[in-house]
Design a protein around this ligand. Structure first.
Ligand SMILES: NC(=O)c1ccc[n+]([C@@H]2O[C@H](COP(=O)([O-])OP(=O)(O)OC[C@H]3O[C@@H](n4cnc5c(N)ncnc54)[C@H](OP(=O)(O)O)[C@@H]3O)[C@@H](O)[C@H]2O)c1
Length: 248
């Protein structure tokens, strides 16, 4: 299948590790010019060099960093992958309004800011792809309350924006990964701390009997960004091996 992505320009946020890095690599393999953004300058430079792309060190929880990321695309932005996702609080015992505000600042707000900044550049060319990386916990209850609320809000944001911009050649979709394991990531650290507990979790909750990989999420995202996915708009695609229990 020819994905028709060669020559496009993509901005992938939080792309020096984990799912974001895998997405950036997957798009670069399709000859997309990739621009990445994350906070740590050395990591941004290393990954940008690996991908023959470019990068900008940016704190993406604020307006300034989001503007810098879009400016780094130098006037052309066809694909935006809103991958940044930050947790705040773990359960109701350590979750209050502050954690809800922090979670919004690390999930929905950067996705909304960056999308609104990217849209004029996409409209100029009459083509665009926006993907928001949500979570299975945006589709159903479970996990951390503030994080979950923002992941659900991201899906709602993607669906609402999709209806607005579809006629302009721009699609907007959400992707809902299940539990994804990669070296140094959150599940990796949890497994290091509690191998037996995580083995039981895998047995109980993951129908494939294993975690997902960042590359498996990246493949789905790259397809959604492609010419071949033109009819997919306003969708939320679970990439979770059957982990989620939601019927919708
Ligand atoms: N991992 C999972 O199992 C899982 C499951 C469902 C959904 N998701 C979602 O998938 C997305 C990626 O998850 P992940 O686990 O791959 O993430 P991760 O490992 O926590 O992300 C690390 C990346 O985020 C960057 N980053 C962190 N804080 C930042 C900030 N304030 N501004 C800019 N960049 C920042 C890091 O670079 P610096 O530290 O240098 O800034 C690095 O590039 C998130 O939206 C997450 O909610 C993940």
């Amino acid at each position: 299948m020819n994905l028709g992505l060669a020559g496009r320009t993509a901005l992938v946020t939080a792309a020096t590790r984990g799912i974001g890095l895998a997405i950036a690599r997957s798009l670069a393999a399709e000859n997309v010019r990739v621009v990445i953004a994350a906070r740590t300058k050395d990591d941004v430079e290393r990954v940008a060099a690996e991908l023959h792309g470019s990068g900008v060190p940016a704190e993406l929880t604020g307006e300034e960093g989001c503007r810098a990321a879009v400016e780094a695309c130098q006037g052309r932005l066809d694909i935006l992958v809103n991958n940044l996702g930050l947790r705040a609080g773990t359960g109701w015992a350590d979750t209050g309004v502050t954690q809800f505000e922090q979670a919004m600042a690390g999930n929905l707000y950067p996705a909304a800011r960056l999308s609104l900044l990217a849209l004029p550049l996409m409209r100029e060319r009459g083509w665009g792809r926006i993907v928001v990386i949500s979570s299975v916990f945006g589709r159903e209850s479970g996990g951390a309350p503030a994080y979950n609320a923002t992941k659900a809000a991201e899906i709602s944001f993607a669906t609402a924006l999709a209806r607005e911009v579809g006629r302009q050649g721009i699609t907007v979709n959400a992707v809902a990964p299940g539990s994804i394991l990669f070296p140094g990531g959150s599940w990796w650290r949890r497994r290091e701390a509690d191998p037996a507990g995580i083995a039981a979790f895998v047995e109980r909750e993951l129908p494939l009997g294993r975690f997902g990989t960042a590359e498996e999420v990246a493949d789905a995202v790259t397809f959604l960004c492609s010419e071949r996915a033109a009819l997919i708009n306003g969708a939320c695609l679970p990439v979770d091996g059957g982990q989620s229990r939601s019927n919708i």
